[in-house]
Design a protein. Structure first.
Length: 246
């Protein structure tokens, strides 16, 4: 996919907000920020009072149309009592960008290398700002492979947590009768196997099931520090209502 290069204008923060659609309410204790990468704008939230040189926890939003029906990453982050939290949205969510006229960006091309690089540049903005001693990721739904991708780019992560998280993209396609998603194999499975991780799966989740998660982990070579926690009664779309033990 080729993105048409954007020429950013200096019209200010208020103009950028006026170009947004259905922005979720910012939780108490968080501040909203628009971050510009090379080709896109991203809406983010960061917890107030983040301390530098400490572990930084990123929450990654799942895909939408392009906006998610619920801002799951933000809702999960709001319940987290940790101090150092950043919430990242996906390309084309809430902000209007010219490149977003192409719906492939959040559908079959959601893992396109250029898109992944934009998300990496977004996370790098906060890494440079806070110079954390370590990083963690909490990923909802199909953002889970992106969490591993970002951790792989940085070389490590203290921990990756998925909530109703997609590990096996092919099984996810089949389970939900989705169009073929391109660039499925962009994360090294040896890296995945060696990364500490917890996967929260709802007992009532029909979109990402426990069997899908277990099958993927079973096929990893010598996996370490991987656990699955089933949450009774949790569905794919109500996971934000449960308190998760991170």
């Amino acid at each position: 996919m080729t993105f048409k290069k954007r020429f950013l204008c200096a019209l200010g923060f208020s103009f950028l907000l006026s170009a947004c659609s259905s922005i979720p309410k910012t939780p108490v204790g968080f501040q909203e920020r628009i971050v510009e990468t090379e080709k896109m704008n991203f809406l983010t939230w960061e917890k107030e009072g983040i301390k530098s040189k400490k572990t930084l926890r990123f929450y990654l939003e799942g895909s939408g149309k392009p906006n998610p029906d619920k801002p799951m990453a933000l809702l999960l982050a709001e319940k987290d009592q940790s101090d150092n939290i950043i919430v990242l949205t996906r390309p084309c969510q809430y902000l209007k960008n010219k490149v977003c006229t192409n719906s492939d960006i959040w559908q079959k091309e959601r893992y396109n290398p250029e898109i992944l690089n934009e998300i990496y540049e977004l996370s790098l903005f906060f890494i440079k700002k806070y110079t954390p001693s370590n990083i963690e990721f909490v990923a909802y739904d199909d953002a889970t492979p992106i969490a591993f991708y970002l951790a792989q780019k940085y070389g490590k992560a203290k921990q990756i947590i998925s909530v109703a998280g997609v590990l096996d993209i092919r099984s996810y396609e089949r389970q939900n009768n989705l169009d073929k998603i391109k660039n499925k194999d962009f994360v090294n499975k040896s890296f995945v196997a060696a990364t500490p991780q917890i996967h929260y799966i709802g007992s009532a989740d029909k979109i990402v099931t426990r069997s899908m998660t277990e099958r993927y982990i079973t096929n990893l070579y010598n996996p370490k520090k991987i656990s699955i926690k089933e949450v009774k009664g949790m569905t794919h779309d109500n996971c934000h209502t449960y308190k998760l033990d991170y």
